[in-house]
Design a protein around this ligand. Structure first.
Ligand code: MGD
Ligand code: MGD
Ligand code: MO
Length: 724
């Protein structure tokens, strides 16, 4: 929050509607220079007319599926001014759009878990809460840790930050934590965890090594496997090597993970003796074959036989926000209804560049064959693909394909710079809203603090203006302005609250108090407890009603890159086959901001080194390259290159570097493969490939690079200045 006032008035703020010069003069014919041209500021009427004309032309000439409105991104908290809701409601009112499915956070999880145990979001809601672990847990084994620095956020905002204390309470009452992965500070320092350092992307191999030890030492729970799972024998044939001649022994795993086999065996025994929760960080499934560690962690927990017991079994994505593992309500509070989308075309969210580059091409996804539609117009509001997508040089070229790109943004982000028509949106300080986190027990009135900066308008006003020109104003606004919408939403909140047993005050009282609190939820949830208690009457929503250690459905898809059980599949690049690029890049979430948001503000900029995003190297890797803290380096591979400022720490294992996401993309020659980003955006280095044919999730955490000292004259950072 401390970054918000500074960013609100920063020079990167979009002050007026703007149109790319070439687009204003020559329209779509100028699309190849998208991202490289100056902008002309225009008045609202001109910009709205131009955008409405384009939307109308595309829907009439090509159909609404030629409009991509997937518009992935977090935007900001607030029930009403939620950019994704606003854009989707608007596009539905004008006939629909091609949408996106899933998210960048746990795309592989969303597609994989339904085949094994059930829908991912339901599982996350059902996560065992930390107070249960505090009471019953002996051991928590966390693949990828649960970085406390990531726990201050939740979609839609968060009222209370309690997860940290709850985890610390587990430690204080004697629960031991093990952090497995390349980075010590994903858990260790906060919770006195022991650290098992392994190569990135080798978690599945380690889990298989643990499974093999459990099996050969007869530590697995055969009764649990027989009652609650199907397909163990098929998996067992793979585990023992009967299928492929390679037993997945502790030695085998140790060789892949680069750790000791004895450590693996000791850990397996330790896991089997007490009450053990084994968890997987979301970041791990954002790698090549990200489906596998999900399947493997569930298989491992099934062999331990503690699924459904307090503080036992598995947990997914602890640490990805402040919600998972916290006692919560999962009530469905009112929101701005999106309405009905008559277009049924969609893409898995991370296939955006493929969509724009390959119209008409078919590709596999979760047992289906989908075809990319021919997109003529892209509309984005509340997300920053030039932050979040992989291989940004490729994305630049992809964004030059459609006839028209429209973006609502607050700041001149990479995405705004790659648009033809840019509408200036407001920050949360400049509008009234209500924050009801879906899971929270605190509802907050978000009072407007200042008038809109420049000529900016809330997204609702922007879409209202467009809807008016397209004859859809009444459908879009439902006859309400901001105040009327807030009253409307609050009225529903009162009714909904009553159905959940809460009495909420009237709008005026709520608004004046600034907050409405609900009684705290019971801190007792245990994941899959009902299934364990009575698997006949509470079957899982899988084909067998049980945990599918082997899935006939997935095996039936016939994907070479995703068989029907958890398997070790070599990533497309990793430390086990590194040659030209010997360092593994982890691009985790930034500690000082939410993704790319507020990077132009003072808090984020204070952390930069010579104006560049910090990159962390192990002392051995720094010394080998003659680097000291404060140096500026060039990080590069065949896909791209960026500058960053060196920090040195032995929190990482040697051979691994960390460059957090979110530095605003600041290219010297956008779109040219290998071109330099001056600022330190890791997504110029990552590869744009789906996790597998099954989930097609992003695989950003599978990236090899090299680092060298940057000797030339430092190019100035231009990302925080408005474009010409
Ligand atoms: N390499 C790599 N890449 C990653 C990841 C990774 O681990 N590694 N993680 C991925 C993950 S998990 C995620 S969730 C994504 C996040 O990707 P995004 O959600 O796209 O990232 P944000 O920076 O939060 O983008 C939100 C944008 O919305 C704008 N905005 C905020 N409020 C409003 C509003 O009210 N109206 C409008 N119009 N705009 C608004 C902000 O200025 C900002 O530019 O990144 C993904 N990318
Ligand atoms: N401060 C802050 N908090 C955030 C966000 C933010 O932008 N800023 N973003 C939020 C969002 S949208 C999301 S989805 C969550 C993401 O939550 P996570 O996915 O849990 O977070 P990451 O930081 O991407 O990754 C967690 C850790 O996984 C480790 N890791 C990476 N690859 C591997 C591997 O192959 N094996 C193992 N064992 N470990 C590996 C990295 O060291 C990394 O620190 O965070 C949320 N919290
Ligand atoms: Mo995310």
């Amino acid at each position: 929050m401390a970054g918000l006032p500074g960013a609100t008035h920063s020079r990167a703020r979009i002050m007026r509607p703007a149109v790319r010069k070439g687009f204003l003069e020559r329209g779509a014919a100028s699309k190849a220079s998208r991202g490289q041209e100056q902008f002309i500021e225009v008045d609202w009427e001109t910009a709205l007319t131009l955008a409405a004309k384009e939307l109308d032309r595309v829907r009439n000439d090509h159909g609404n599926d030629a409009i991509f409105g997937g518009s992935y991104g977090w935007a900001s908290a607030g029930r009403f001014h939620h950019a994704q809701s606003q854009i989707h409601r608007f596009l539905n009112c004008i006939g629909g759009y091609t949408r996106s499915e899933g998210n960048y956070s746990y795309a592989a999880g969303l597609v994989t878990t339904p085949h094994i145990v059930g829908p991912c979001r339901a599982l996350l809601r059902d996560s065992t809460v930390w107070p249960v672990v505090e009471q019953h847990g002996d051991l928590v084994v966390m693949f990828g840790g649960a970085p406390l620095r990531n726990m201050d956020v939740a979609t839609g905002g968060i009222g209370r930050h309690t997860t940290r204390q709850m985890m610390q309470a587990c430690r204080d009452t004697g629960t031991a934590f093990v952090n497995i992965g390349p980075s010590q500070n994903d858990l260790t320092t906060d919770l006195d965890a022991s650290w098992l350092s392994i190569r990135p992307n080798t978690d599945t191999a380690l889990m298989l090594g643990l499974c093999h030890t459990l099996l050969t030492e007869n530590l697995h729970d055969a009764a649990f496997l027989a009652t609650y799972t199907v397909g163990f024998d098929t998996f067992k044939a793979y585990l023992t090597g009967a299928t492929d001649g390679t037993p997945k022994t502790a030695e085998w795993a140790a060789h892949i993970c680069d750790c000791s086999a004895e450590t693996i065996r000791t850990l397996a025994r330790q896991m089997a003796v007490g009450r053990t929760l084994v968890t997987l960080a979301a970041g791990i499934q954002r790698g090549d074959h990200g489906e596998q560690p999900i399947w493997a962690v569930i298989t491992l927990a099934a062999m331990l036989g503690q699924i459904g017991l307090p503080a036992g079994g598995f947990g997914l994505f602890y640490g990805a926000d402040s919600i998972i593992g916290a006692p919560i309500y999962y009530h469905q509070w009112p929101k701005v209804e999106h309405g009905h989308n008559p277009v049924d075309t969609y893409i898995p969210v991370a296939r955006i560049a493929d969509l724009l580059l390959n119209p008409g091409q078919s590709y596999p996804f979760d047992g289906q064959t989908l075809t990319y539609p021919d997109i003529k117009l892209v509309y984005w509001a509340g997300g920053n693909p030039f932050h979040h997508h992989q291989d940004l040089n490729r994305l630049v070229r992809a964004f030059q394909q459609p006839d028209c790109v429209i973006v609502n943004e607050i700041w001149w982000t990479g995405t705004a710079r790659h648009a033809d028509i840019v509408f200036p949106s407001t920050t949360m300080l400049e509008r009234n809203d209500i924050c009801i986190n879906r899971h929270d027990y605190m509802i907050t009135a978000m009072h407007k603090a200042i008038d809109p900066v420049g000529e900016s308008r809330p997204d609702f006003e922007i879409f209202r203006g467009l809807a008016e020109k397209l004859g859809a104003a009444d459908a879009f606004t439902a006859g309400r302005d901001e105040t009327e919408w807030l009253h409307h939403l609050w009225q529903h909140t009162i009714t909904r609250g009553a159905s959940y047993g809460f009495t909420l005050p009237d709008f005026d009282t709520f608004w004046e108090n600034g907050v409405a609190e609900l009684p705290p939820p019971a801190p007792t949830n245990v994941m899959l407890a009902a299934f364990r208690a009575d698997p006949i009457n509470n079957p899982l929503p899988t084909p067998s009603g049980k945990i599918e250690i082997f899935s006939e459905t997935v095996a039936g898809f016939g994907y070479a890159d995703c068989p029907g059980y958890a398997a070790w599949l070599e990533p497309y690049e990793w430390l086990g086959n590194a040659t030209d690029y010997p360092l593994h890049l982890i691009s985790s979430q930034p500690p000082v901001r939410l993704h790319s948001q507020l990077d132009s503000g003072p808090v984020s900029r204070k952390r930069k080194i010579a104006g560049r995003e910090p990159v962390t190297l192990h002392p051995i890797d720094a010394a080998a390259r003659g680097l000291v803290a404060g140096d500026v380096v060039r990080i590069f591979n065949a896909r791209g290159a960026c500058l960053a400022g060196v920090t040195i720490s032995d929190d990482l294992r040697p051979g691994v570097i960390r460059l957090c996401t979110g530095a605003w993309y600041d290219p010297i020659e956008p779109g040219v493969t290998g071109a330099l980003d001056k600022h330190g955006n890791p997504n110029v280095l990552t590869r744009d490939k789906g996790t597998s044919s099954l989930a097609q999730g992003p695989s950003a955490h599978t990236t090899l690079v090299e680092v060298e000292k940057f000797e030339g004259e430092l190019p100035p950072i231009t990302a925080f200045e408005a474009p010409i």
